[in-house]
Design a protein around this ligand. Sequence first.
Ligand code: FES
Length: 612
Amino acid sequence: MPSDTLVTEQTKRQFDLDTIVYNFRLGSGLILFAFVLTHLLNHSLGLISLDLMEQVQDWRKMVTRHALGTTILYGALATHMFLALAKTATRNSLRLPRWELVQLIFGLAIPMLLILHLADTRASNWLINFNDSYRSAIPGYWPKMTWLPIALVIVVWTHACMGLHFWLRLKRWYRRRFLLLFALAILIPTLAIAGFVTAGKSISAERALKQAKRADVIMEHIQPASPLLTLASFNPAQQPSALTPPPANQPILVAQQKGGWSYGKIIEYAKIGQVMFGAFALLALFTPTAFYLIRRRGPKVVVNYPDNRQVTALRGTSLLEISRQARIPHTSVCGGRGRCSTCRVQVARSSDPQPPPSEMENKLLHKIKAPNGVRLACQLEPVGKLSVTPLVPANKAMNSIGKLNPQSLGIERPIVVLFADLRGFTSLSEDKLPYDTVFLLNEYFNRQQQAISRHGGRIDKFMGDGIMALFGAEDIFDADNKPASDLQTASKGALSALTDMIQTLEDMNRDERLALAHPLRMAIGLHAGPAVLGDLGAGQARRPTAIGDVVNAAARLESLAKEWDAPVVVSVDVLQAAGLGLEGFEPVSVEVRGKQNKIDVVRLDDPAALSL
Ligand code: FES
């Protein structure tokens, strides 16, 4: 088998395995997140009442203590922990971005804290029948050990939110709701901790009250024999054991035993578990260094960067990791997961032949229509000598939320662009008061916007009395991250929108409320072609839009419609993309400024006659 084919097969298998592992980590993480979220919300009910807190916990236990719930929950925990350790151990280097390092450290800290918490609750319930209700469990922490559940809440929640954030941050719906979700991410653990503390105080007070009541009973019992004994001098520890209540801040479970198990023994095993996990974590953390030392004598790669920096690294290290090791800023919005393309580099022709892209890399490069020689730094494990130029500037602004998406960096794809202009509006507005002009225009924009969106289009912008709309670019406008329609669907949508738009204008002309001196008329231009879609502008004026020849050409066709006194001029490209023939049309070739080739266009007097 040729070596190239072998490499491709290997990378494909690696990709498949990576994808499976990634999905398992994500899936198990989501199950754990669901558990943690409900657990924290349950804690926060302590702010309302202890009884409500207990009741909701009982409902949750019906799921989490069920055999299936237990299997799923602890299966997810074991899977997530194992995969996290494995991922740490198989890294080429621990030189990670700060956020990834924090997430890793918090992730490794969780089991160390969690083991004790599990020993106190679930394990004690299972092994010695300890009723781990809030009323029984909280006194075990309150007040001296309260730091443990609080630390656990902070560490687990931060780790989970970071994981979710870096999974979702490329999704538009997430970025649009980021502030709300961020506020919730702060609010939920805060309420949980407040609920826990409030419950701790309530339980402590309840127990103190019980002690006092028992003391009263004893006082009544012994009063005749000790007339001088007062409540202040009463010491429960000196009373008969059956009447002695537990101290207010001690767990009940300490004394419980069953089948050779006792609370002390459970804690002993928990501590052994902590030591074992700590050893595994240290092993995982030192494995990359150990491998580095072993591989140090192996083959090297030499990477030249544009500022004449030359970096020598071990073979088998990804280009992104090489940049990080050399502290060369390198944008990697998805953190090296092969999902964003922001780490892309141009590999110079003079470089040694590099391994071919994996299936995943190929897919992404194809999607962004990357020219020859462009590679993803997070996926390329270079060989020999190579010179690279990172294509996405690494600056802090690029790493702020809301700007991190492929669209903000520009993607190219064929779309349909529609330009519509109100004819004679200027003269019409001269006879109207400014208020009426604004009202009329807004009415027009509002109705046309609805007509366009009914057919899958999105208004890109309003310019004076003009409209620019895009078809086939839904994903850059919509928050729900839905994929854009293909060019055929986009073209059909745009053509069917024409009839709707013209009908909408006729309805306006008949609307007596608008009191139009003469009917409004429109001129529409429609063209299809490749456009660059991206977030353009700065500050509040930054928004998704399209640029490219197709936009200029569509605007030109709209002007042509005015010149020809036609309602619509559409390019043959749109008709053909929609699968329509040209029978009955007489295409005309027109020049468009800035375009070398002429465009074939047709005049459409009755878009409703098109057989879509
Ligand atoms: S860092 Fe996102 S694709 Fe490489």
